[in-house]
Design a protein around this ligand. Structure first.
Ligand code: PMP
Length: 454
């Protein structure tokens, strides 16, 4: 098919029939969007020929970019061999088995089991099922409250949306009553007048207060992303995670690390939990496990939970038709092989991430930049009208939206969250590509500053 010739028609069909996630349907039906037709290395191309550097790795998932033939071949071969079979009713398949054991090899020693899903949202739903089974089997069914954080993102199924702390998602969901939220460790927004380390301790201790308020006997688990991703790449102060860990160790609750964005190298190690010295009982993964080439997620189940689950009889009444789908598992295996054989995570952490972070920090001199924060291969750039007062550039995130659109027009795919620009490029970028990314972002900041007269 001649994509170029058909782009106009596709755009029209898209507007007429396709409801897009996290999109204003009315606006899209009128104005439409970009239709992508191909991708190569770290670049994405629209049908009408616009080339963009993908500064978001798709949706934080294509950590190895778009030209990984090894993954394509593995999926193709698997589709020819065994395109589908389920893992229910005492059945299994080779790629799912091999991926389970490969994941055990790249996770901390206390993780020896995995439950597969198709997405991060389903994996977090699975966490809730696992946690309640864990306590029920021990005769403690009253332990069912979950503590999460404001502005967290844990997915978009009803349970995952309620676990998350995004206001608009709660407003559009009939909530579940057993999830409670505490403040997030977002120093720039929540505690700018405090010393960052003291702020980190103070907000961590809110967990302890919440456990006391709800009653330790009723609280099942605390869930958190090592670094909040969708909420705005919120890098916690160094004091935060050790204090959270202390509280979880002292109190009788499980710790769930949602590694859907942090996992597979984004923070510099395989897991954000390693970067921050977190010892979770359960870890959620998805996205980069297949480099985004196939839908796959899951829960790494730590020994503390697995020992209880495996030592009791009775069926775990939970599962998905595509749990451990052979083609998705083959994509996961190939992705892990590439990461390991190429030593990509450690190489990127040593060579590219420091350059990426240093180049972005240069933007702190820009007149509309209030803060640059980041770790490993993701970062946020906060836009302000006034650096001292941290007044946002424009009301209702309009400044960051304008900046994002300007960057997109310049050929850079980045994202906006609140008043911040979000950047999470593929781990395989070289230094020159990082330079182009930062240069384009700088130009977008210039255009934005000019537009707002700052
Ligand atoms: N958890 C986190 C931390 C995420 O960032 C996301 C997706 N952005 C999810 C869960 C949900 O994953 P999915 O979209 O695959 O359901």
């Amino acid at each position: 098919m001649n994509m170029q010739a058909n782009t106009g028609n596709l755009k029209q069909l898209d507007k007429s029939h396709h409801l897009h996630p996290f999109t204003d349907f009315k606006d899209y039906a009128t104005n439409g969007g970009r239709v992508f037709s191909r991708a190569e290395h770290i670049y994405i191309y629209t049908g009408d020929g616009h080339k963009m550097l993908d500064g978001m790795s798709g949706l934080w998932c294509c950590n190895l970019g778009y030209s990984q033939q090894g993954i394509v071949d593995a999926v193709t071969e698997q589709m020819q061999q065994l395109p589908y079979y389920n893992n229910f009713f005492q059945c299994s398949n080779q790629p799912a088995i091999e991926l389970a054991s490969a994941l055990v090899e790249v996770t901390p020693d206390s993780f020896n089991h995995v439950f597969f899903t198709n997405s991060g949202s389903e994996a977090n739903d699975t966490n809730l099922r696992l946690v309640s089974r864990y306590y029920q089997l021990q005769g403690r069914p009253e332990k069912k409250l979950i503590i999460s954080r404001k502005n967290a993102y844990h997915g978009s199924t009803i349970a995952a949306a309620c676990l998350g702390g995004m206001g608009p998602m709660h407003e559009q969901t009939n909530g579940i009553d057993y999830v409670h939220h505490i403040e997030q460790p977002h120093w720039f927004e929540v505690g700018p007048d405090e010393d960052p380390d003291e702020f980190g301790l103070r907000v961590a201790r809110l967990l302890e207060q919440k456990i006391d308020e709800l009653g330790e006997a009723n609280v099942a688990a605390f869930i958190a992303e090592p670094v909040q991703g969708a909420g705005g790449v919120i890098i916690p102060p160094d004091t935060y995670w050790p204090e959270i860990q202390r509280i979880c160790n002292e109190r009788d609750i499980l710790l769930i690390a949602d590694e859907v964005i942090c996992g597979f190298g984004r923070t510099g190690e395989y897991w954000g939990s390693e970067t921050y010295g977190i010892e979770p009982d359960l870890m959620t993964f998805a996205k980069a496990v297949t480099n985004g080439y196939q839908p796959l997620g899951g829960v790494m189940v730590g020994d503390k939970v697995a020992d209880v689950l495996l030592s009791h009889e009775g069926e775990f009444a939970h599962g998905l038709t595509y749990s451990g789908h052979p083609a998705a598992a083959a994509a996961g295996l190939a992705t892990l092989r590439i990461l390991r054989e190429g030593n990509i995570i450690a190489d990127t952490a040593a060579n590219i991430a420091p350059h990426f972070q240093a180049r972005l920090r240069e933007l702190e001199d820009h007149g509309i930049v209030g803060q640059v924060r980041g770790r490993g291969m993701f970062a946020a750039v906060e836009l302000v009208r006034d650096k001292a007062s941290r007044e946002p550039l424009a009301a209702e995130s309009a400044g960051a939206l304008f900046c994002r659109n300007s960057a997109n027009d310049l050929g850079l795919m980045v994202r906006q969250t609140g008043n911040a620009m979000i950047i999470a490029p593929p781990l395989i970028c070289d230094k020159g590509e990082i330079d182009s990314l930062v240069d384009m972002l700088g130009q977008a900041l210039d255009v934005t500053a000019k537009h707002y007269g700052v």
